[in-house]
Design a binder for this molecule. Structure first.
Ligand SMILES: [Fe+2]
Ligand SMILES: [Fe+2]
Length: 154
């Protein structure tokens, strides 16, 4: 089915975002494993897998709309040097993702592509959950102190 050019462009922009997020989370998750923070490693790895599913769904949709999935591009990837930095960088990227998905959902509505809109709404729910996870970790660190928080991640 031939897709709308503006929607296809937006889907590819989101795909770049997802591919970049996968790489950021893989590095963060492996750094946590290397430091012995096994629980954080698992939590961040799970998010990387979520982003991989998002990338798959976007690729599937672009192909369905007879477009070309752009898997050749990544955004600049910011790697944190400490756990709080990682959480802040991940949370910031998720916050941007929520904004981008909301923008793309509005575009799909204007261009009358409900199929793409539904997919993006499903992904948006995951991104909101990711923002919430980062905010919860920041709150835990604030309330129990970084030392106690990190002890629980070992
Ligand atoms: Fe995602
Ligand atoms: Fe996410």
């Amino acid at each position: 089915m031939k897709g709308n050019a503006k929607v296809l462009k937006a889907l590819n922009t989101l795909l770049t975002e997802e591919l970049s997020a996968i790489n950021q989370y893989m590095v963060h998750s492996e750094m946590c494993a290397d430091w012995g923070f096994e629980k954080l490693h698992e939590a961040i790895e799970k998010q990387a897998v979520d982003e991989m599913h998002h990338a798959e769904w976007l690729i599937r949709r672009v192909l369905f709309l007879e477009g070309h999935p752009n898997v050749y591009k990544l955004n600049p990837i910011k790697v944190g040097k400490t756990v709080p930095e990682m959480i802040a960088l991940g949370g910031g990227a998720e916050h941007d993702a929520v904004k981008q998905y909301n923008g793309a959902i509005a575009l799909c509505a204007r261009e009358e592509d409900s199929g793409s809109k539904q997919l993006l709404e499903k992904i948006l729910a995951d991104e909101e959950r990711h923002v919430d996870w980062a905010e919860s970790q920041q709150e835990l660190i604030r309330q129990m102190g970084l030392q106690n928080y990190l002890e629980r991640q070992a």
